[in-house]
Design a protein around this ligand. Structure first.
Ligand SMILES: C[S@@+](CC[C@H](N)C(=O)[O-])C[C@H]1O[C@@H](n2cnc3c(N)ncnc32)[C@H](O)[C@@H]1O
Length: 298
């Protein structure tokens, strides 16, 4: 029998040999390396564009600001909805409320423009995951909100804006921020400072002076030991329905473990920054499920 050396057959045999070499020999493993590297790079290359743009256009050196993607906002609204028992549409309306708040936007832009840190701050107002903090305050109507670690005060202004809206609806509350840096909190001024105070000094010391807490946000010294000490310090002051939001849960499992020990539930929401190189943080949420489901059913 003579071998069929027609064009199509040669091609088919060649393909078979190449496939064999690539997939089934040690040499194939090396040949595949450029392909595998380009596959991996395809996930990160878009970030290079953001890095370059950010380097040229932003002034920030730490505590970066950005929006989160629309899909990420939807997931956040679902997370808030599941925890609080408020319908998804209600949770989403609060996320929109703060992002559409022109007064807050103008206030922050103006404070940045006149502030001492204007050369390391951006005037654009982008709250990232903090919009979830806002939704919790609007839904839970806490009487006392504490945020450890204020920095410029993006969280402080957003939380006070939520408390002011709550007050207008008949649910007054106060904000306490703590920061070891005496220059922190330059964004927090009237009208937002009418419901908020910054306690300067070490957080653990400042927390001693606050008798009770309904919503606690940890965002100060991000070492696991210090974070743990903050939770231990506030535990006896936390109201039975108190919620803890951890801003360090993408780095460690301190709040997750604390929640298990204290018979609290824990969920982690991971944020997804939009058009930014920063990989994103998240919100760790420690709460008491039974009490919250009962309140939503009532
Ligand atoms: C990540 S920033 C806070 C960001 C802020 N929550 C926001 O929404 O933009 C951390 C802040 O914690 C403060 N800090 C660090 N260690 C502290 C401590 N032991 N006590 C109080 N504040 C501390 C820093 O000065 C810094 O301003």
């Amino acid at each position: 029998m003579t071998e069929d050396l027609s064009g199509p057959n040669i091609m088919a045999s060649l393909k078979k040999t190449v496939k064999h070499v690539v997939l089934q020999t040690p040499c194939g493993r090396i040949l595949l390396m450029p392909f595998r590297l380009s596959k991996a790079l395809s996930y990160y290359a878009p970030k290079l564009k953001y890095m370059l743009r950010w380097t040229l256009s932003s002034r920030e050196v730490t505590n970066f600001t950005y929006h989160i993607t629309r899909a990420n906002q939807e997931y956040l609204a679902h997370t808030v909805s599941v925890i609080t028992g408020v319908p998804y549409s209600g949770a989403m309306s609060y996320l929109n409320e703060i992002q559409e708040d022109d007064d807050v936007r103008r206030h922050i832009a103006e404070r940045v423009r006149r502030g001492p840190e204007r050369h390391v701050s951006d005037e654009g107002v982008r709250f990232g995951r903090r919009i979830g903090w806002y939704a919790f305050v609007r839904i839970v109507k806490p009487r006392v909100v504490v945020e450890t670690g204020v920095d410029k005060g993006h969280g402080a202004v957003l939380l006070c804006a939520a408390l002011m809206r709550n007050e207008a609806e008949g649910f007054p509350g106060r904000y306490y921020g703590t920061d070891i840096n005496l220059d922190a909190g330059f964004l927090l001024s009237e009208p937002y400072s009418s419901v908020g105070t910054i306690l300067y000094g070490d957080s653990i010391c400042s927390l001693q002076s606050i008798p009770n807490i309904d919503l606690f946000i940890n965002d100060s010294d991000h070492s696991a030991q210090y974070e743990r000490r903050e939770y231990e310090t506030i535990a006896p002051k936390l109201s039975p329905r108190g919620i803890i939001l951890g801003d360090n849960c993408h780095c460690n499992d301190v709040l997750a473990n604390f929640s298990v020990e204290r018979h609290r539930q824990f969920i982690f929401f991971r944020e997804e920054p939009q058009d930014h190189w920063y990989p994103g943080g998240g919100i760790g949420i420690s709460f008491v499920r039974e009490l919250h489901s009962q309140s939503s059913a009532a």
